[in-house]
Ligand binder design. Structure first.
Ligand code: EPS
Length: 381
């Protein structure tokens, strides 16, 4: 069975939970690395006041013994520090159902969620639909990264655009996360970064929000991960689903998929040349490392397009679902721009999708077996 995962938890509930299953035994569950990933998710200009309240840390309560995976499902808990301020009204032992959201936010799950689940207010919807849930995704994504690292596969990201400000493209994939994490908006282009900072500050001042683009880069893959044989084994589909389900992501691009749609085939496809040692080389990577639903040995390039966060200080026109009257949308505490931390979240989604495809291909009860099988696997590059 391939590596799979599930998450649970409400934004202001007691805790967030993530369960990852089919991780082979013998993988070192490095708490320092995993908590470092959780910290990375909380940083970046544009984050809201909640990030000052939380100190996200994963507690492993199943599937790990003495910091090693044992082969059974691994459960990570992340406690919500803010729960103490909400226990009266959120969670199994809540005694009140106040803090209602009736002025539903355009762009959020509020209205469709409330109607779907027969609710008179959108609090339940907002609690689960919240991007707070991505903390459990990042804890599990960190385990997927540790698994992939054993095979020499690395997942990183940087900010490619915020609002109308675009960064210069990058072609050097060494130290991407180290350099990005040192920047306020996780951008590797210094001039663009300064403009992005100004854009976020301007949006905050005017009670508005901003979207943008995160680029995720995966290096070290052999060719042949994923498969063309069945739609549910196609790696591009797996990645698009994982990234596209992250809050605020409205489009996912692999390689030059968007700009390439207006080119001739002769200008788009990455020509193949012999490398002189029985393998192949390419001079371009417009396919973004995936052809026919499989890795082709080039770096995987994924771009996640984030819409502006739908909770605005200056609420948009909407209705109050309690009265049916026209009003302004509720102002819940929120972020101004989620793109810098969004990159870290997308890294996790991509790592989990890739770990699923790798484990489907290799199987293996122990990490030693997985590493041996990957080494033995033929690659075109
Ligand atoms: C977030 C926690 C949330 C929001 C934000 C991200 O906490 P709270 O609602 O208590 O402020 O700050 O969520 C959203 C932007 C959203 O639309 O849901 C987090 O931990 O990432």
């Amino acid at each position: 069975m391939p590596i799979e995962y599930v998450t649970a938890g409400e934004s202001h509930g007691e805790m967030l939970v993530g369960i990852i299953s089919n991780v082979p035994s013998g993988l070192t569950i490095d708490n320092e690395f995993i908590n470092g990933e959780l910290k990375r998710r909380m940083l970046g200009l544009g984050r809201g006041a909640r990030m000052q309240i939380e100190d996200d840390k994963a507690e492993f309560v199943t599937g790990v013994r003495a910091h090693k995976s044992v082969g059974s499902p691994i459960t990570a808990l992340i406690r919500n520090s803010d729960h103490k301020n909400w226990a009266r009204t959120v969670g199994a032992d809540a005694t009140e159902t106040d803090r209602k959201i009736t002025a539903v936010r355009p762009g959020h799950a509020d209205i469709s969620g409330a109607v779907k689940y027969g609710l008179s207010d959108a609090r339940n919807v907002a609690e689960r639909a919240s991007a707070r849930n991505t903390a459990s995704l990042v804890a599990l994504g960190a385990i997927a990264k540790l698994y992939l690292k054993q095979l020499g596969i690395k997942v990183c990201s940087h900010t490619a655009a915020i609002g109308i400000v675009k960064a210069k493209p990058i072609f050097d994939y060494d130290s991407v996360n180290e350099l990005a994490d040192a920047d306020k908006v996780r951008c590797l282009d210094k001039a663009a970064s300064e403009n992005m900072v100004n854009e976020i500050r301007m949006a905050a001042l005017s009670g508005d929000t901003l979207g943008g683009i995160s680029e995720i880069v995966v290096t070290g893959c052999k060719s042949g991960i994923g498969s063309y044989t069945s739609y549910d084994k196609r790696l591009d589909g797996l990645i698009m689903r994982a990234v596209g389900s992250i809050q605020s992501v409205k489009a996912v691009e692999i390689g030059d998929g968007i700009s390439g749609s207006s080119l001739y085939g002769s200008a788009f496809h990455d020509c193949i040349y012999p490398d002189g040692n029985g393998k192949i080389v390419r001079k371009t990577n417009r396919a973004g490392g995936i052809e026919g639903g499989m890795t082709n040995g080039e770096p995987i390039i994924v771009r996640a397009y984030f819409k502006p966060i739908p909770t605005l200080k200056n609420g948009l026109d909407t209705i109050d679902i309690a009265t049916g009257d026209q009003t302004k949308a509720a102002d819940e505490r929120s972020d101004v721009c989620c793109v810098p931390s969004g990159g870290v979240i997308c890294e996790s989604a991509v790592a989990l999708a890739l770990a699923n495809a790798v484990s489907d291909m290799l199987g293996g009860d122990t990490m030693a077996e997985v590493v041996k099988r990957y080494k033995a696997k033929e690659s075109a590059v």
